[in-house]
Design a protein around this ligand. Structure first.
Ligand code: CUA
Length: 239
């Protein structure tokens, strides 16, 4: 009895801690989609983990004095049940993950390929040039270019056209849920809609030589009017 109570208490602690681990509000639609997926998978994984561990603890306790164990007999019903249950869980995990993968913010190239490439014509477009070792950002329809500092408007769809002058790099903005490898000779696409003005870290996530660790930048998300004012200011400064 006391053991069972302990097990129940331990389970409650695990559930309680997992609630504390819940992520704060997402800073972009990408991040929201990824966080939601994580949460969904947690809801599946947590009961399963508890079920398996509690069964294990119970069996250890129940058969602790079993000096004369007998072999188990086949139980087709049980086998069909656990095979079907496992199959259903895998299908659920696969479908949930695929839906997020197909999201036009997470995998914009797929959405673009299915619409003759003009799906994101209304987005704010920014050309990103990665090189050993740094980042250059050029804002379409302006003559503005920045180094190591990427400024984007909040609540606006932003499309990044990514190129590299040398080796493979990868743009990674963890808090916005943006990550994309950039291959030489190709233009890659990444996309987001940031929802929270603020400053976020951007860095290269592909080992690209001695300066790889220095290849970082700051992402500044400004609300629309602040962004417009910034572009105007930069344009005047450049002109
Ligand atoms: Cu570029 Cu690592």
């Amino acid at each position: 009895m006391r053991l069972r109570r302990r097990v129940i208490q331990a389970s409650l602690v695990v559930v309680g801690l997992s609630l504390f681990a819940a992520p704060a509000a997402a800073q972009s639609v990408n991040r929201a989609a990824i966080d939601d997926l994580n949460e969904q998978l947690l809801y599946v994984a947590l009961p399963l983990t508890l079920f398996v561990e509690l069964t294990l603890v119970y069996v250890i306790y129940r058969f602790r004095n079993n000096d004369d164990p007998k072999p188990t007999v086949d139980d087709p019903a049980l086998e069909v049940t656990w095979t079907a249950a496992t199959g259903a869980i895998l299908v659920f995990v696969g479908v949930s993950a695929f839906v997020v993968m197909a999201n036009p913010y997470i995998t914009p190239a797929a959405a673009e390929a299915s619409t003759d490439g003009d799906a994101f014509a209304d987005d704010t477009e920014i050309d990103v040039l990665a090189y050993q070792w740094g980042w250059e950002f050029s804002y379409a329809d302006t003559n503005v270019t920045t180094e190591e500092r990427l400024v984007i408007p909040a609540d606006e769809n932003v499309t990044f056209r990514l190129q590299t002058t040398d080796v493979i790099h990868a743009i990674y903005i963890p808090q916005l849920g943006v990550k994309q490898d950039i291959f030489p000779g190709r233009t890659m696409t990444a996309r987001t809609r940031a929802t929270e003005p603020g400053e976020y870290r951007l860095y290269c996530a592909e080992m690209c030589g001695a300066g790889h660790s220095k290849m970082d930048a700051t992402v500044v998300v400004k609300n629309q009017s602040a962004y417009d004012a910034w572009v105007e200011n930069q344009t005047a400064a450049a002109g």
